[in-house]
Design a protein around this ligand. Sequence first.
Ligand code: QUE
Length: 353
Amino acid sequence: MTETIGIRFEVRGAAGIVTLDRPRALNAIDHAMVRAMHAALEGWIEDPAVTHVILRSAHERAFCVGGDVRHMVELGLAGRKEAARNYWRDEYALDHLISRYAKPFVSLVDGFCFGGGFGVSGHSRYRIAGENLAFAMPEVAIGLFPDVGATYVLPRLPGWSGTWLAMTGARIGMPDAMALGLYTHHVPIARWPALIDALAGGEPVERSLAQLAAYPPAPALIRLFPEIDRIFAGGSVDAILAALDHAATGEGEVADFARAQRDTLRRSSPTSVHITFQQMQRGLAHDLAGCLRLEFRLVSRLLDGHDFYEGVRAVLVDKDQNPHWRPARLEDVDPRAIADLIDQPLPDELVLT
Ligand code: QUE
């Protein structure tokens, strides 16, 4: 079978439409898709016939489950780390281009939206969530960390919800994602064809959304948000673990929740959990380009480490769900060494303009 590219581009009336279409990998974004999308978006900036851009998926189950991490592991193991770094360079540059895109950019997101899928949609001006949205930044489970600008977005969510999402990789539905401000509008998916038609017909985005958007249901997590804030406001990974241990002792919804979060933190890569905690502390001090620069330092250095390879092996390749992390325990990670991974400049930093 010939390999076809997992992305399509078309101009329909006034709308440039990008469609993610790589069903075998739940629309995971590979390097060819990144490059093609960057080129198409650059082209549409110059094209006076295109007044806005729509990003969508061809598939019901998934908007996009992430980046092409399996291939990055293959490249790293084959000694082709520069090729892997170039993928992330181009992916982050695409995310940054979308964040400052010169025309209204509308992302239509339903089903799984994880990791790199959030990178291409979560920085756009209009972020439309369907009723079946499942959002997560699950990278700590594979020895990575929430990248694609999560360092910028997550610390800016209400309270400490972003730190919780980043450190645990928790999956949330549309009502919670709307309540946290990750998405700007809920439009039921049955109305998406009408929205696309309106935009293709040159209707202003705001007017179309005023007609088609609906109120989301109340967030499922509403009773847990105060608890999440109390626990994840801790000033260190140790403090967060202690708060979880304390909350886990009782009975009821909060104790069940605390036990589940503690188990998740203890199962994830200890190095990744510490990295992610420090990212959330740094993010507020930087713009998106600055955050992506820090993430590029981290991803470059994790290619020389252990856990990313082991995490992808255990979760995505062998699927035994039994990663052997090094170091193995959260207590064995030195926070100062993690700070160096973030703070020490690279000889070839990511420069975004
Ligand atoms: C964390 C991740 C990813 C993940 C699982 C995680 C990720 C990613 C995929 C993925 C899933 C199915 C596929 C595929 C990739 O899973 O980034 O090619 O078919 O792309 O826990 O960050």
